[in-house]
Design a protein around this ligand. Structure first.
Ligand code: AMP
Length: 222
């Protein structure tokens, strides 16, 4: 079973994808994290995409399609996986569903984290991330009053290069114009609208309730 975490930047896809991954025991794959690691490591791919990432522009469909399909073919992804940040264009969604059909697998389930744009800008301008374990923090939360270190692993928290207001607005435009239309491809039991404005634990509960009837052979850990 492939589950797509869908929603604007800052809607909580990364956080929910980690929670779902441990609940269902399947790997989570974030195309944004993978590309950022390539940039941090200074690989050829990283150098080729770093400017696009810093300005909130998309990497080519061809490249991300290739990265994702290569991952999906690995044996640890055979039972299922969570995709965060992919597909981002109708072409990517069509490519993914064609690949799944050709591999004899079911259509993906889309978990749509619905959050209005005003809330997104506030969330992203206040977001810090651990470069090591990737946990996300909000600077206005009480947790960071005395520290800028990750509560899980102690690394110094960082702001993402693309979490600047001008770039955030560009990313939101792109989401509405190019990514939003993907939702037309998914409907009925394959589409799960989730109220994404609630605290993360309540968002997670909604997702669990919505997905539970569709898990098939996947056994949740609680
Ligand atoms: P994210 O971490 O999902 O917000 O992604 C960060 C950045 O990585 C995006 O703004 C794009 O530059 C790039 N990126 C991630 N996923 C994709 C994708 N599916 N298609 C094109 N570009 C992507």
């Amino acid at each position: 079973m492939v589950i797509l975490l869908f929603g604007p930047p800052g809607s909580g896809k990364g956080t929910q994808s980690r929670l779902l991954s441990s609940w269902l025991g399947v790997p989570a794959l974030s195309t944004g994290e993978m590309l950022r690691s390539e940039v941090a490591e200074g690989t050829d791919l990283g150098r080729a995409v770093s400017e696009l990432l810093a300005t909130g522009k998309f990497v080519s469909d061809e490249l991300v399609n290739q990265i994702v399909v290569r991952k999906l073919l690995q044996p640890d992804h055979a039972r299922g996986c969570l995709l965060d940040g992919y597909p981002r264009t109708v072409q990517q969604a069509e490519h993914l569903e064609q690949f799944l059909a050709s591999a004899g697998k079911n259509r993906s389930h889309v978990v749509h984290l619905d959050v209005p744009s005003e809330m997104i800008v506030a969330r992203l301008t206040n977001r810090l991330q651990c470069p090591n374990c990737k946990r996300i923090y909000n600077v206005s939360s009480g947790e960071l009053r005395w520290t800028t270190e990750c509560g899980e692993c102690g690394a110094l928290l960082e702001r993402r290069a693309d979490d600047r207001e001008a770039v955030i607005l560009q990313r939101l435009h792109t989401y509405h114009d190019i990514t939003g239309p993907i939702l037309r491809l998914y409907n009925g039991e394959h589409y799960h609208r989730i109220e994404g404005t609630l605290p993360p634990e309540d968002v997670f509960l909604q997702i669990q309730q919505s997905l539970r009837p569709h898990l098939g052979p996947l056994t949740p850990s609680y």
